[in-house]
Design a binder for this molecule. Sequence first.
Ligand code: CO
Length: 433
Amino acid sequence: MQQLLADCFAFLAASPSPYHAVHTAAGLLRAAGFVHLEESAPWALVPGGAYYVTRNGSSLIAWRMPGGKLGGWRGAAAHSDSPAFRLTCTKKEDAYYARAEVEPYGGMRLCSWLDRPLTLAGRILVRSKEGVVSRLIAPERDLLCIPSLCVHFDRDGAKGAPLDPKIDLQPIFGAAGEDLSAVLAGEGGVCPRADILDYDLTLAVRQAPCTVGLENEFFMAPRIDDLACAFGTLTGFLAGTPCETRGDVWCLFDNEEVGSGTRQGALGSFLPDVLARAEAALGLGAEQRIAARANSLFLSADNAHATHPNHPETSDAAHPVVLNGGVVIKYNASQKYTTSGLTGALIAEICRRAEVPVQAFYNRPDTPGGSTLGNLLARQVSVPMADIGLPQLAMHSAVETAGCADIGHLACAAAKFYSSVLTQKTDGSWEIA
Ligand code: CO
């Protein structure tokens, strides 16, 4: 368990942006023998083969072909992005400080970005002899900060007045006259600086994941939502038992935090495109393809809100969710979560067989709650699905809190899922072998 937690911490620390999360996952997949394919090239897929493909550098799909005839897919999806400030301008005129400009991405807990060391992470687009190339950037030093206005000058802020991103949350990084593009050129080894044609960069917290608590039972880290689920499901995917009649899929999608409606997001064509190519390579006709998809099960894995110790009234009292209490199965009457009684029962049974505890999440009946990947993905690929997640606190804060044991819970549950053969015998009845 200690090794698994250390591996999870390494995954989190190595993934300060969606581009880095994809890069980190790709490294683990290559080490496990997965072959990297390009979406823009022809594929020669073989039975039993293991592959991965990326889109926009910020989303990734990995899969194992069945050894024989495809009877259905087993899949899980998590997201690579987290709320953060996106860099819009590397230099802003100012008499006293070197300043950059940023805009919020996703539902940020704005105050959590004040008064902490920050760096930049993402990719720069560099002119090359052939055209344009992407280069990952994540300086291993803290470059920027967003100082808060002290309480002596900010009586309204002390009373809880909201922060304005345009005014209150713009970073500084040095003395007047400096330009961040010089730092980017240095970090990216780009000369001349003008060869940096554009960038996709956000501010990022470098703070290393650390344990907290009398027994080190909790951990704190940036980007736990959703990289902890990404790590747990990927670990289970790699530990799963390949099956002659089942194809296995693992997805990491960008842009969940802004509604998934992008080419590389869960609402894009990425997953249906990959499945269609794999099914074509297996020689499936439309009839077999539709039957196989009806006999598939997907997990939408995104973190769940634990009941807050200081504000238990914000959660559904009948369904408390606690850190280290096990995998959370998420339900919502409005179908923001894909879990039905049936798919919830299947996941609960798989977890029981894996000796992993489960908890149920419902919103307070008078609270709409959030949304996630699964119900959007289901519009593209309408397979049976359930929403699960790791319990966590302080979701969307710059540094979040979760339970150490839950990493093992999710990895074990996912490994069991990717080792079970689920067959929908009749509509509403499944066999689990
Ligand atoms: Co999330």
